[in-house]
Design a protein around this ligand. Structure first.
Ligand SMILES: NC(=O)C1=CN([C@@H]2O[C@H](COP(=O)(O)OP(=O)(O)OC[C@H]3O[C@@H](n4cnc5c(N)ncnc54)[C@H](O)[C@@H]3O)[C@@H](O)[C@H]2O)C=CC1
Ligand SMILES: O=C(O)C(=O)CO
Length: 326
């Protein structure tokens, strides 16, 4: 029997890829120009399944994949997929929620602390051999514990951040989300509020929504102006939820104190991006879920979704259940 053809893209853990290769014909592509790479386009024409990270799946790509049944993202975010176009063609789309929640929350909390306590900057100071006298107040950071944390997007990861903030650091939590979550209010002593109230009152503003037409550019000039001058802004969502030029402007003008960023408008980030030159900005290269343990779990879950879809079983993490007739 001929094996079903699968296209693996960008990042799929080695043991998972190996396992898939036993059962399917698998071609792995690292980074491709999806419009012009001949090998990619020829293989795409034959595949029934795609598994991978951040492949831009749009109408043009789908027109070139007539046998495609399922696209299995190795990520919880799926802003890389044109879900409407997939659904119209009856193609399943899946993601990897839950398995990465705690890992991402750890990373975001780490970035928050690193920004508040200026850890990367002072690490360089020590390593450059500049630590010759006691620290001066200009090098001090700000406290995290007992401060007000504003979380925009109180979903799975937002709640895991709230848990760390409440139980670990006794922080007061404000949140803004599509709906109020009474269980979160009780569990983490959190208060649901408008976006503007959150921005005006928070010491730390943490953005962790998905990227959607509603959240694109959610935080820009007006929102930075509403924040406290002492506010620290943390973005763990996607770069385009923020107007990056306005963030740069707000930092340059001292409208906010500092920023901790895991995501950018363009990734990998342009080495000339002014954010990289700012001492009060902590940058990480989209590390949210990137631990050995969690990347493996994400790939395993993505493979489970893929195989279910290919074999006529409803995938556990179907994003567009309409294609299943639900
Ligand atoms: N930096 C990184 O490495 C990672 C980033 N992410 C990002 O985090 C996002 C969230 O992941 P989860 O918490 O698992 O998703 P989720 O779906 O559980 O939570 C998202 C929350 O955002 C809220 N939301 C949506 N639109 C909103 C709006 N316009 N205003 C306010 N709140 C809004 C939703 O109501 C929901 O509570 C992902 O979609 C992804 O973009 C996820 C994993 C790793
Ligand atoms: O899962 C996601 O959405 C990520 O950003 C990377 O893990």
């Amino acid at each position: 029997m001929t094996k079903k053809k699968i296209l693996a893209y960008n990042r799929v853990s080695e043991p998972v890829l190996h396992d898939l290769q036993q059962k399917y014909e698998v071609e792995f592509f690292k980074h491709v120009d999806t419009r012009n790479d001949e090998r990619f386009l020829q293989y795409l024409h034959q595949v029934e399944g795609i598994i991978g990270l951040e492949l831009k799946v749009d109408k043009m790509l789908l027109d070139r994949a007539p046998h495609l049944k399922i696209v299995s993202n190795v990520s919880v975010g799926y802003d890389n997929l044109d879900v409407t176009a997939l659904t119209k063609r009856g193609i399943m789309a899946t993601n990897t929620p839950d398995v990465l929640t705690d890992t991402v929350a750890d990373a975001i909390f780490g970035i928050l602390i690193a920004t508040a306590r200026r850890i990367p900057e002072l690490d360089h100071f020590v390593k450059r051999g500049q630590w010759s006298e006691f620290l001066v107040p200009e090098q001090f950071g700000v406290d995290v514990h007992h401060k007000k944390l504003g979380i925009i997007g109180m979903g799975r990861i937002g709640q895991a951040i709230a848990q760390r903030a409440h139980f670990g650091f006794d922080m007061e939590i404000l949140y803004h989300s599509r709906t109020r979550k009474p269980e979160v209010d009780t569990k983490y002593r959190a208060t649901f509020c408008t976006l503007d109230a959150l921005l005006a009152h928070s010491d730390f503003v943490c953005l962790i929504t998905p990227l959607t037409p509603e959240t694109e550019g959610l935080i820009g000039k007006r929102e930075f102006k509403l924040m406290k001058k002492s506010a620290i802004f943390i973005n763990g969502s996607r770069g385009r939820t923020v107007v990056e030029e306005d963030l740069i402007d707000a930092l340059e003008k001292g409208e906010i104190l500092a920023a901790g960023l895991d995501v950018y408008k363009q990734e990998p980030v342009d080495p000339l991006n002014p954010l990289l030159k700012m001492q009060n900005v902590v940058t990480t290269p989209h590390i949210g879920s990137s631990t050995h343990e969690t990347e493996l779990k994400m790939s395993q879950l993505a493979a489970k979704n893929l195989e279910a879809g290919l074999n006529g079983i409803k995938p556990p993490n179907l994003i567009n259940p309409e294609v299943w007739g639900d």
